[in-house]
Design a protein around this ligand. Structure first.
Ligand SMILES: [Zn+2]
Length: 266
């Protein structure tokens, strides 16, 4: 199952060359005042930071934000598990709506709770890579070596087989840097973003989360929800967000499917 090609290498190179040339240009502009001199440095850094920090930016390589379909269907993706507090309940909710979903799991959590990984697969859902330790504050500035370790550590937990390959990756908080796409390409992984996120890690009201998703949903949408958050203070919240979302979308005639990699679109 081929993943749409990554043709962003020239743009990646251009951004790196600009970052390399900027200090030299700044040096020669020093005679024109400090502000003029730092302008090229500032600009080149902004050009690097933008695609790194803006989750669905395509500058560094393809980030898939929807999938092609002629049917009324969406892809439910659930990040940050597996979680003893949530996974089994999420699976029951999915079953209630005859929904299939992809769990973007954290390798460390998968290692701790192998029975939940078994349960996800047994119930017909799929697993995807969401790094080994979920370094959401530092992944964007991680070295190439660390990024490879994060991807490979999680991949080991996904029980990938030729019949059931785990081909999708999502960066923590959607942030990626120059080293991420080349590492993914070598492993045959596609970087998946989202069409609509419920903001269920920050919002307090599950009905609002579901309403936000319903408003933005369309055929081929990738929907981002989470588990494993607020497990002490509000353990009902994230399963409820999933339930209300599926309720609203099912009422509008949507089916919940897992797309094939070749259906992915930027
Ligand atoms: Zn995450």
């Amino acid at each position: 199952m081929p993943i749409p090609r990554d043709n962003s290498a020239p743009l990646r190179t251009l951004l790196l060359v600009l970052a390399g040339v900027a200090p030299v240009v700044s040096f020669f502009l020093l005679g024109h005042g400090v502000l003029v001199a730092i302008a090229p440095l500032f600009l080149s850094h902004m050009l690097l930071l933008y695609p790194t920090l803006v989750a669905n930016s395509q500058w560094l390589g393809p980030v898939f934000t929807s999938f092609e379909t002629s049917a009324r269907e969406v892809w439910i993706t659930i990040d940050d598990g597996p979680s003893p507090a949530h996974t089994l309940r999420m699976l029951d909710v999915l079953q209630q709506f005859d929904a299939r979903a992809t769990f973007f799991v954290i390798g460390e959590s998968a290692e701790k709770h192998p029975h939940l990984i078994t349960e996800i697969l047994t119930r017909g859902h799929s697993l995807a890579n969401h790094t080994h330790t979920h370094p959401s504050r530092t992944f964007w500035c991680a070295s190439a070596r660390r990024i490879r370790r994060e991807i490979d550590g999680c991949a080991e937990q996904l029980r990938s087989t030729p019949e059931r390959p785990a081909q999708f990756f999502r960066a923590p908080a959607g942030m990626k840097n120059f080293f991420v796409h080349p590492a993914l390409a070598r492993r045959g992984l596609a970087l998946v973003g989202w069409t609509v996120r419920g903001l269920d890690t920050v919002k307090q009201d599950a009905a609002r989360v579901a309403e936000r998703i319903e408003k933005r949903a369309r055929p081929g949408a990738i929907i981002l929800l989470h588990e494993a958050h607020h497990t002490d203070t509000h353990p009902e919240f994230q399963p409820l967000c999933l339930e209300l979302t599926l309720q609203r979308l099912a009422a509008r005639g949507y089916a919940f499917v897992i797309p094939r990699p070749e259906q992915l679109r930027r």
